[in-house]
Design a protein around this ligand. Structure first.
Ligand SMILES: NC(=O)C1=CN([C@@H]2O[C@H](COP(=O)(O)OP(=O)(O)OC[C@H]3O[C@@H](n4cnc5c(N)ncnc54)[C@H](O)[C@@H]3O)[C@@H](O)[C@H]2O)C=CC1
Ligand SMILES: O=C(O)C(=O)CO
Length: 336
């Protein structure tokens, strides 16, 4: 059995994967080698941003399982993979602590006018500006998977109304005032002064946030997108910012990455842009490898991997989401 890895693994990660699959040949591929190596793989463990010639992989007919080291699977769920019988499992929820921190950085940066103050600081300018705060607002989270739930947990101490939608609105977390089905998005938008996007990109969500949706939001509200850029129509977002419908936007993701130098978003003082770093942390590769090893052992034992996705939707049912990250310490994980 051949396992091809394509994410930034170090030697000790390869050793962990070898320990989980002692009889397998483990090949760590560079991105430039992936088109040659992936058609020879039985298992692929790899990252979202790796471009893959899926036609060639499917034609080779060897691949038996894909474990993504990313939570969002829009990169690999091309029609051929969806229609194949290759199971795909995701890293859903694995990066929730970091994505929640990124959300907070964007949100409070906007409310407390940090971009404006950074500009003033560079000019040695001590002028006060009016700032906004969270208290008393309604915050709407769109997507209550791992990321949405962690953000809700971190927002719990504030005196706010917290509402959310989800495709599977089950097990309402205690922090939420309301959890609605995803088809009540318009109601969430009309009631939320702050909207946080934590839903996957798929055929149902591509371009979901257009002019009509922004029009539903209260005037001078805020949008934070830590999901995928393409769930928002960027031209509509620019219009909503220019008209003052939105008081600000915090974007870790954009429709096209990197964001074009010509985008008007760069020059808007009410926009904070970060270059898709929400999941970044020193433990990211450890965490991805931990889940890959847990799932590898299950796969080899003939069990279904955790986070097995419904390929047409691109995310797992809540009942199969891996819950074990908090139960292991870093040193435990090194033994995996
Ligand atoms: N900025 C970054 O660096 C990162 C971005 N992401 C993006 O965030 C997304 C969410 O990540 P996780 O929470 O880890 O994934 P997850 O799979 O745990 O959660 C996704 C949730 O969205 C819900 N959902 C699906 N369609 C929906 C809709 N139309 N409306 C409302 N909810 C809907 C699902 O039921 C599920 O609960 C990923 O798909 C990925 O695209 C994930 C990790 C890092
Ligand atoms: O895990 C994901 O989906 C990410 O976007 C991280 O890069």
């Amino acid at each position: 059995m051949r396992i091809v890895l394509c994410y930034p693994v170090l030697d000790h990660h390869i050793k962990q994967i070898q320990a989980a699959a002692p009889d397998a040949e483990i090949v760590a591929a560079e991105q430039s080698e992936i088109d040659e190596l992936l058609p020879t793989a039985d298992i692929f463990i790899g990252h979202a941003k790796v471009p893959v010639d899926w036609d060639r992989v499917l034609k080779a007919g060897r691949l038996r399982w894909i474990q993504s080291s990313a939570a969002g699977l829009d990169h690999c769920l091309v029609p051929g993979v969806i229609d194949s019988d290759i199971p795909v499992s995701s890293a859903s929820g694995l990066f929730a602590p970091q994505v929640a921190e990124q959300t907070f950085a964007l949100l409070f940066g906007l409310l407390r006018k940090l971009p404006q103050f950074f500009r003033a600081e560079a000019a040695r300018d001590f002028t006060r500006l009016p700032t906004d705060d969270l208290r008393g607002k309604t915050v709407g989270i769109v997507g209550m998977g791992g990321n949405g739930r962690m953000i809700a947990k971190m927002l719990a101490p504030w005196d706010i109304r917290l509402i959310a939608t989800d495709y599977y609105p089950v097990d309402k977390p205690a922090e939420l005032d309301e959890l609605w089905e995803s088809d009540r998005l318009d109601q969430l938008l009309s009631e939320s002064e702050i909207v946080i996007l934590t839903l996957p990109l798929n055929n149902n969500t591509l371009g979901l946030f257009d002019d009509d949706r922004f029009a539903k939001m209260p005037d001078r509200s805020y949008l934070i997108n830590v999901a995928r850029g393409s769930v928002v129509k960027e031209a509509a977002l620019v219009r909503a910012l220019q008209s003052g419908k939105l008081a600000g936007a915090g974007l870790d993701v954009t429709e096209v990455e990197p964001l074009a130098a010509t985008s008007p978003l760069w020059d808007n003082p009410n926009v904070i842009i970060t270059p898709h770093v929400g999941a970044q942390s020193f433990s990211r590769v450890d965490d991805s490898t931990h889940l890959a090893c847990v799932n590898l052992r299950r796969f080899l034992a003939g069990e279904k991997p955790y986070n097995l996705v419904d390929k047409r939707l691109g995310f797992p049912h809540p009942s199969v989401v891996y819950q074990g990250m908090g139960e292991t310490t870093r040193s435990d994980r090194d033994d995996q």
